[in-house]
Design a protein around this ligand. Structure first.
Ligand code: NDP
Length: 329
């Protein structure tokens, strides 16, 4: 077997970030107690931000990009993993402060790795990826404040994207009625095939709106931020619960406090990167119980390893539907 591995590497210098493919030796694939033969990775919105340096995600002078990977352990000094175990990595600073998943071989710390539930192949794990695992974390946050299918309809924004498509699929499988908000109304049939019961134009939510609006939803999974999130809050029913994980429209939150004071609305943040291990494992176990495999496969768009840099621009433009996966092996 070759001991040279193809990887997509970022290097930061005074002139900015350079990104390119390199052949790495066994001593250049990271530090840690577990070595993984990477089989699949993904392209998330955050990978697009990291590669384009639109937001300075990469904080090390040099590292392997990619916030996700799934593969098989080839050597381990950890009690938690043995050779042959299948593992998944989501975030934990990968592609920010240390090496991530765009490499055929990765050495990393065992505390970053989740055992892959036996129901999933490494490819299916990456169709889920950070976006899908974040969708499950978001649903777990809704449940923590008592949201159940009987609570009423749930809104999912950024519906055709990674977090959005997986959230729709999961919520529908759990028995929720789901409204999908999208800028791509041409994807209405696709969103309904995932389980959305209604589809609305995202323009209804993305412009500045009134402080309080006609209540429409019992809960929402938002990955857009900005005016979208402000309008979502203003349209919640009494006791409504909204999760916020993303900034696809913008980093700002130009809202007001009336929905909190007058309708008892709750706004809950969702972070996947530093989520504790127990929560990650719970999310992956819930995913293994809930995911509809046929719908999951329908979300996948496969991108060749060599084309990740080009595809990074596409995901930031909202041009990728569902989940972009990369065959690394
Ligand atoms: P995707 O690019 O796959 O999906 C984002 C979707 O948002 C797009 O497909 C589009 O959906 C919609 N969108 C794009 N631009 C705009 C806009 N200007 N206004 C309103 N909607 C827009 O990204 P992901 O699903 O991977 O991630 C979504 C967000 O969540 C990102 O900001 C990402 O950084 C964040 N995130 C955060 C995590 C955390 O740990 N907090 C973890 C994972 C993701 P449509 O065409 O249907 O409108």
């Amino acid at each position: 077997m070759s001991d040279v591995y193809q990887a997509l590497v970022a290097k930061r210098s005074d002139t900015g970030l350079s990104v390119g493919f390199e052949q790495l030796g066994a001593d250049e694939i990271g530090d840690g107690d577990v070595e993984v033969a990477v089989e699949y990775s993904t392209l998330n919105y955050k990978d697009g931000l990291a590669i384009s340096d639109a937001i300075p995600i990469v904080q090390a002078p040099s590292l392997i990009l990619g916030i996700d990977m799934a593969g098989t352990v080839v050597s381990s000094q950890s009690d938690r993993f043995r050779v042959g175990d299948r593992v998944v990595l989501n975030g934990y600073g990968a592609s920010e402060t240390h090496n991530g998943g765009y490499t055929q071989r990765l050495r990393t710390r065992s505390e970053y790795l989740v055992p892959l539930p036996s129901r999933f192949t490494t490819k299916q794990a990456m169709i889920i990826g950070t976006a899908g695992y974040t969708a499950m974390l978001s649903i777990m946050r809704l449940e923590s404040l008592g949201i159940m299918p009987e609570s009423g309809e749930v809104l999912v924004t950024g519906a055709s994207g990674g977090v959005g498509t997986v959230a729709i699929m999961l919520l529908a499988t759990m028995g929720y009625r789901v409204t999908a908000s999208t800028g791509r109304l041409q994807e209405t049939d696709f969103l309904k095939s995932l389980g959305a019961t209604a589809v609305i134009d995202r323009n209804e939510l993305s412009e500045p709106g009134e402080m309080m609006q006609e209540p429409r939803w019992a809960a929402a999974v938002d990955s857009c931020g900005s005016h979208t999130l402000a309008n979502v809050l203003a349209r919640m029913h009494y006791d409504g619960v909204v999760t916020a994980c993303g900034l696809a429209q913008g980093l700002d939150l130009p809202g007001n406090m009336m929905p909190f004071a007058l309708r008892n609305v709750a706004l809950l943040g969702v972070d996947s990167v530093h989520a504790p291990m127990q929560r990650r494992q719970e999310a992956w176990e819930r995913l293994a119980k809930t995911v509809d495999m046929e719908k999951l496969e329908a979300l996948a768009v496969e991108i060749p390893f060599a084309q990740i840099p080009e595809a990074a621009g596409q995901i930031l433009q909202g041009q990728i539907r569902g989940r972009a996966i990369v065959d690394i092996a």
